[in-house]
Design a protein around this ligand. Structure first.
Ligand code: CDP
Ligand code: MG
Length: 700
């Protein structure tokens, strides 16, 4: 191993925060002897007491009681997420029908921590402990005391309850991730706090950005005397550092840059398995594609080389993974086996895996990047930051001293890696964010209290798009009713606009089915090696109009089969995804009822369906390049080169004019979910956006 790897010169850090890091207040751990509630069985109870945060139980409760905002910094796995909400409940913060909220940027993390906390408390998930993610509410109002939810869902709840009155405490967890919704939420909570001095906020973070968070929430006191008189909590945020018990992690770098990180990761796993003592391996790759490929390579290896490699238990981990497979990740490794979890950066801080002793870090992650000029948002594979690299390495030292193998050189780490990542706010399409803020009555978006300001170009582009969709007017105010209705629908504004327009074409029934399908990851199961059968199955449903109409055929088939899993299996369709589609559709039905929109079917009039799609997606229109041999299209808006994705039923069909739902970029920009259109429909749907210059529409 030593020929390939070189140990790093920097010693690993075991502490995340220094006592004099400049926080407003630092509370040393008091010797705690406090008892927690008697719930849960005893082994879980013992585990709870062993967590680093347990020593700080009294400090957490003291600070929360006396400060409006408390910032808790502590390594992943120290017990912040699972324990603090329980301490708060035990201390009475959920009495009198009040609820303790804990937000997460990721849905998978919401489900997983809620399940864990319910187990620790010995209650059924969905009763005292529940969770809410988009289209899935597992809570029991009046009974649920601790509620885990995505930060996006909490922002949405403000539309009905602007001061979030049912919550006594809101814990904004994983704040270091700086997701778009976390940043919005922090700005909004700061506003709410002014009106609700009783509300307590906890910001918890795995890395030391505590100071900037603290400055953000630091409201200068009027005078000490006045505060005492009001009996108001101290408005200066408190910072608490929860020391981890992390063990030392030895860092190894590659001698030479690797050209193929996927293959290098697989080779490294095999090397570790051959040379190193027992301990699970956590591999950081970027997304479902490369994770599935690595799983396949490693399991293939097991079959090929016999018993030694069959000791490897290889598991993928990414959001969108079915529940059963998620649970395997957290099940203790069977004796004599070595677990290899191949993950996106979800395992960087949101989830803790026990038993990991080796980390393999590809040095990459997938991130959203939005280009306001081309109006294209892409998930791209980008190098991670030093902060992420450190977090990843830290995963190896939870239970014993560990090793981290970085698939990049030390020189690269020291000289080229940026210290911190860019907040999502500064690399995202802001359309949804702006609608939500406007719906909450915040019209001056630029003047909003951002923790980091978004790019003005992205802001201007978003306003332009919203105006073209008729969601805001000339004064940048939400239009009535369209703008307000769009804000009510928890979907991408283009989809929401498509749904609302379907009413004019009498095809709301079909369009909400399409919207539901577009909201799940993919309804196909692609199994490698049976491509021919898979393509044939697809052809059975393929519609000449394109993918959206194909979805309608599949949905109809699924219902006719009596929602049969057998039928799905036969047709290479993901049964769980289809059940989810049925469920989301039902919720969209209820939403339509609430908005007073009748859900009508256009039967087989697919022109109506396509016109409704265009009403939302006219900006995504493309034209086939006339002399293109290889199916090259150009977007009408920005003349960007794009191609139909091979997964589309229109791949190789190449109609002259199309509208796409989204783009994915690998070597080229690929359009996913494509529908053929008549160009005159574009000028009909958006005369303010396109003008007809014979024979084709061009954008203004
Ligand atoms: O939030 P933080 O990273 O500080 O820690 P946590 O998520 O509260 O995890 C505390 C402990 O609970 C970890 O040691 C995990 O092993 C355990 N846990 C678990 O076993 N299953 C889960 N789904 C979540 C946490
Ligand atoms: Mg956590």
């Amino acid at each position: 191993m030593s020929q390939f790897w070189r140990p790093g010169s920097e010693r690993p850090r075991t502490r995340l925060i220094d006592d004099d890091e400049g926080g407003v207040l630092f509370v040393p751990a008091p010797p705690s002897s406090s008892s927690s509630s008697g719930f849960g069985h005893s082994s879980l109870e013992r585990q709870r007491k062993r967590l680093p945060v347990y020593k700080h139980r009294d400090a957490v409760l003291y600070l929360v009681e006396h400060h409006s905002t408390t910032i808790v910094v502590g390594e992943t796995g120290s017990g912040k997420t699972t324990q603090i909400p329980q301490y708060l409940k035990e201390a009475g913060w959920a009495e009198g029908g009040r609820v303790i909220a804990c937000t997460q940027p990721r849905r998978l993390a919401v489900q997983s921590v809620a399940a864990r906390v319910a187990e620790e408390m010995g209650v059924k998930l969905g009763e005292e402990v529940g969770y809410t993610i988009r289209f899935e509410d597992v809570t029991n109002p009046g009974v649920t005391m601790i509620k885990f939810l995505t930060d996006g869902v909490l922002v949405r709840e403000m539309m009905d309850d602007p001061l979030l009155t049912k919550y006594s405490i809101i814990m904004v967890d994983e704040a270091h991730e700086r997701s778009l919704s976390t940043d919005m939420l922090l700005g909004l909570l700061k506003k709410i706090q002014r009106r609700r001095p009783d509300l307590r906020i906890i910001i918890s973070s795995a890395t030391i950005e505590a100071k900037s968070m603290s400055n953000f929430f630091n409201i200068r006191r009027k005078s000490l005397a006045q505060d005492a008189e009001d009996c108001a909590p101290n408005k200066q945020p408190a910072i608490l550092s929860v020391e981890g018990k992390g063990y030392a992690v030895e860092i190894h770098y590659v001698e030479e840059p690797v050209s193929d990180y996927l293959q290098a990761a697989v080779d490294t796993v095999l090397l570790i398995h051959e040379k190193e003592p027992p301990g699970d391996i956590l591999v950081f790759l970027t997304g479902q594609d490369d994770i599935d490929a690595a799983v396949k390579l490693l399991t293939g290896h097991g079959q090929q080389y016999g018993s030694h490699y069959s000791d490897l238990l290889v598991l993928p981990l990414y959001s969108g993974l079915p529940r059963g497979e998620q649970d395997l990740i957290f099940t203790p490794t069977p004796k004599g086996k070595r677990k290899v979890v191949i993950s996106t950066n979800i395992a960087e801080t949101s989830l803790t895996l026990e038993g990991v002793a080796y980390v393999v870090d590809s040095g990459f992650s997938k991130q959203r990047f939005y280009n306001p000029i081309s109006d294209i948002e892409n998930l791209v594979v980008v190098p991670i930051s030093k902060a992420s690299a450190r977090q990843r390495a830290g995963r190896a030292g939870r239970v014993q001293p560990g090793k981290c193998y970085r698939l990049y050189t030390e020189e690269y780490y020291l000289k080229e890696m940026s210290p911190e990542g860019i907040p999502e706010m500064q690399r995202s399409n802001l359309v949804s964010c702006i609608i939500q803020l406007k719906a909450l009555g915040i019209d001056n978006i630029l003047g909003f209290d951002w923790i980091a300001s978004p790019a003005p170009e992205a802001m201007i582009r978003a306003l332009e798009i919203l105006y073209s969709l008729g969601i805001i007017d000339e004064d940048a105010k939400l239009t009535s009713p369209t703008g307000f209705q769009v804000a009510e629908i928890p979907l991408d504004p283009m989809i929401s606009k498509m749904i609302l327009s379907a009413n004019d074409f009498g095809c709301t029934e079909e369009i909400i089915t399409i919207a539901a399908v577009l909201s799940v990851q993919s309804i196909w199961v692609s199994i490698r090696g049976v491509k021919k059968e898979f393509d044939e199955a697809k052809l059975r449903f393929a519609a000449a109009e394109g993918d959206h109409v194909t979805f309608l055929n599949i949905y109809r088939g699924f219902l006719q089969s009596g929602k049969s899993s057998q039928w799905c299996y036969k047709n290479f369709i993901n049964y769980h995804a289809m059940k989810k589609v049925v469920d989301i559709k039902e919720q969209l039905h209820n939403l339509m009822r609430r908005l007073g929109i009748a859900v009508k079917s256009c039967d087989r009039d697919m022109q109506a369906v396509r016109k409704a799609i265009i009403a939302g997606f006219f900006a995504h229109a493309c034209h086939l390049e006339e002399y293109s041999q290889n199916g090259m299209y150009k977007t009408i808006r920005s003349s960007q080169e794009v191609y139909i994705h091979p997964s589309s039923v229109l791949f190789r069909v190449n109609p002259k004019w199309v509208v796409y739902h989204s783009l994915v970029s690998t070597d080229k920009h690929y359009m996913r979910n494509v529908i053929a259109i008549d160009p005159s429909w574009l000028t009909e749907a958006a005369p303010h956006f396109y003008q007809l210059r014979q024979p084709n529409p061009i954008p203004y």
